[in-house]
Design a protein around this ligand. Sequence first.
Ligand SMILES: CC(C)(COP(=O)(O)OP(=O)(O)OC[C@H]1O[C@@H](n2cnc3c(N)ncnc32)[C@H](O)[C@@H]1OP(=O)(O)O)[C@@H](O)C(=O)NCCC(=O)NCCS
Length: 128
Amino acid sequence: MSQSNITLRFLAEPSTVNFGGKVHGGTVMKWIDEAGYVCASAWSGSYCVTASVGHIDFIRPIAIGDLVEVEASILSTGRSSMKIKVEVRSAHPTEGSYTKTTACEIVFVALNEMREPTPVKKFVAAQF
Ligand SMILES: CC(C)(COP(=O)(O)OP(=O)(O)OC[C@H]1O[C@@H](n2cnc3c(N)ncnc32)[C@H](O)[C@@H]1OP(=O)(O)O)[C@@H](O)C(=O)NCCC(=O)NCCS
């Protein structure tokens, strides 16, 4: 596959509600980890594990029933590690204009069949 950017889209289900009636922060963190995993696996072509999760900004709450998109993009690569930027956005289904709700950086490491760190292809950012 070898792509550096992926987006997951789905509805915020009632099962994700917190005590304030919005989507639970832990659920948003799970979505971030899942999108990061797909991005890291697609880039490396290997099984990947989360090595670290950086600062998470919870900018806006997400309403139950909103459309959610979670975009993960490779920022940089090391030998076996990949730094990935993840942005979560949400929109009311009848409006369709997305607002940024959450932002985070996360590091994944690619593993081989022996479950040891394995080299990944170098990422070169596009020049504009
Ligand atoms: C991540 C892990 C594979 C690294 O293994 P390790 O034996 O420390 O391997 P290394 O020291 O060779 O490091 C491998 C790479 O991971 C990076 N790394 C290790 N720990 C890191 C951390 N806390 N934050 C960022 N990067 C880290 C290293 O910088 C190195 O990057 P590079 O190859 O691009 O230079 C190991 O710590 C691990 O399995 N952790 C548990 C992962 C896990 O269970 N995640 C949650 C569920 S998916």
